[in-house]
Design a protein around this ligand. Structure first.
Ligand code: 3Y8
Ligand code: NAP
Length: 243
């Protein structure tokens, strides 16, 4: 009896759950509870942390989870580490449904940086108009460069004062479109875009818009994931679940 648990929060996770439901497979998708209203999913969902490795291991035992699919975002590296450890503890088969990093193409003006602190350092210098499209959780790290105008895109309206003095907030969740991101960057006269190398399609529009406008992009490399089996498409995950 397969009873998979999908760690979600990405476009691919949602696509996997739709395919599982269409294939008549049961399962559960899990969210951390980062945003007010996670998008409706075609499988039953649970929201909230598990309580570290032991909490996840206990959840796996209590719910007789037969397989774990880690379909979290490439920057959700703590969750991915916990999944590897909890599956080792409980002997649960694990795969990661991941997407390749974006690669620069002709016309791109990317400056690759190792992590968020390096992206902050890359913004040292004279005031610019920055599209800071890295979400909410790491905004405070950019406070050392208050001289810029920041266009911020958040999933939910800010619940606390923002750590930056000169901002314009757009409340929107992806997937985003090229036309909308072009209009947004033109409307705010953006000079530079800051992006995580999320990969996938949901967040890619801003890169295509930057290319069309000839804007530089500060591209933040993803943290190294733990060692685990990785699958890059939904069909192969369904096949893995069936065997
Ligand atoms: C809660 C669950 C789906 C999933 C859609 C993908 C695409 C649209 C683009 C920009 C970049 C950013 C952010 C982003 C994208 C997809 C995917 C993706 C980037 C939701 C969702 C949850 C989250 C959490 C949220 C983070 C934030 C990051 C916004 C659902 C909508 C910036 C990542 O306010 C907060 O606390 C937000 C936190 C983690 C990163 C951060 O540091 O703030 N995602 N995003 C998940 C949970 O609770 O477990 O409601 O759908 C999911 C999606 N967001 O089903 O189609 O697959 O990547 N998410 C980044 O890439 O830099 C926006 O603005 O251009
Ligand atoms: P993280 O830093 O790797 O994880 C921190 C803690 O959050 C985990 O230890 C776990 O808590 C809890 N958690 C994370 N993902 C969870 C999930 N899917 N279900 C249940 N608990 C989860 O994670 P994050 O970067 O904050 O990402 C949180 C969620 O947002 C994930 O679903 C991820 O896919 C999604 N997301 C993140 C980004 C991003 O840029 N980071 C972008 C798009 C979507 P416990 O230790 O208590 O179990």
């Amino acid at each position: 009896m397969t009873n998979p648990l999908v760690l979600g929060g990405t476009t691919e996770a949602t696509a996997l759950c739709r395919a599982m439901a269409e294939a008549g497979l049961s399962g559960t998708i899990s969210f951390a509870g980062r945003v007010d209203r996670p998008v409706r999913q075609p499988l039953p969902q649970r929201v909230g942390g598990f309580g570290g490795v032991d909490g996840l291991a206990q959840y796996i035992r209590d719910n007789r989870i037969s397989h774990l699919v880690d379909a979290t975002h490439p920057f959700a590296v703590q969750m991915s580490r916990n999944a590897v450890e909890a599956c080792a503890l409980t002997g649960t088969p694990l795969v990661a449904l991941t997407r390749a990093p974006w690669q620069p193409e002709s016309g791109d003006r990317w400056r690759a940086v190792a992590d968020i602190p390096a992206a902050v350092a890359a913004l040292d210098g004279a005031p610019q108009r920055v599209m800071l499209a890295v979400g909410r959780m790491h905004l405070a790290e950019f406070a050392p460069n208050p001289q810029h105008f920041y266009l911020l895109r958040l999933v939910d309206p800010p619940k606390a004062p923002l750590p930056l003095p000169d901002t314009h907030v757009v409340v929107d969740r992806g997937p985003f479109s090229l036309d909308d991101d072009l209009a947004l960057m033109r409307a705010h006269r953006i000079d530079v875009v800051v992006s995580k190398n999320a990969g996938g399609t949901g967040a890619r529009a801003k890169l295509l818009a930057a290319r069309e406008l000839g804007l530089p992009v500060i591209m933040i490399d993803r943290p190294a994931p733990p060692l685990r089996r990785e699958i890059h498409n939904v069909a192969d995950v369904l096949d893995w679940l069936a065997h």
